[in-house]
Design a binder for this molecule. Sequence first.
Ligand code: ZN
Length: 293
Amino acid sequence: MSEETTDERETRNSVFSGQQQHSQLPQSRPPSELDIDLPAAGIPLPSLGKIYDKEPLKDCQELEIKAMTAQEEDILLNRNFIRNGTVISKLIKSCLLDKRIDVDEMLSGDRNALMIAIRALGYGTEYVPTISCPKCDTSQDFPISLDGLPIKELDLEKVKQVEMNTNQFSFTLPMTKKTVVFKFLTGKDEERILKDEEASKKKLGAAAKDAKISTRLANAILSINGIEDKTLISRFCQNMPARDSLALRHHIDNNEPSVDMSHQFTCQNSDCGHQEVIAIPLGIEFFWPKSRV
Ligand SMILES: [Zn+2]
């Protein structure tokens, strides 16, 4: 049993509930005066909304977001969201002005456009990821500007959309001549793939890297010559002739609506000096600029 007096307990409880502070504050002001006028911005969607069949995303070319506040910083710190891989979706949802939008169903490329804008509005356009040189493995700061990154819009002259306002596109494989219907991956797909990869890393060890390419492909393919069975698709992906697999992957990569995050990298290690075009990663670290840590 605690020996503290009733008075002590009461004082502490009122501190927790904030009552004590309130009583010392001057008469509270009307709520409208406490509103902070945050900048909102219209962000263009790389898909132009052409792959969505429902409002409000259908044919929507631009979405409005607000800048991050303490509320969004809480989301970024939430261990549960980080652990179950939903932190980015929660953050985007929180910053979107239109709360009807299902962030999980959005294309990765559209989500990336929103992520970059949220980051730039919140912490500025300078981003300094740590990159490991692909050749010598030296890790180094690689400062980039998030301003003016090129947007790769969906170009319906270059892909064959099965039907208007669907995320379904057809492609004929050059060697086997089979017709593949594929989709561009959504946030939900990426989340599932990440979980599958974690599982296969435990099971396969080093071989997991090879499995990655066919996993992504199997997730993008909806049917092959009309066959929709997931097991058959997955088996086909593992045994597809390399030329077909490469052609399909290039076709998807080249036409995926997204923000172009590729940058010319030159290794700072003077013994190396390796040059390569690399894709800048967009993870949760993206929201924790080094100056803030
Ligand atoms: Zn290097």
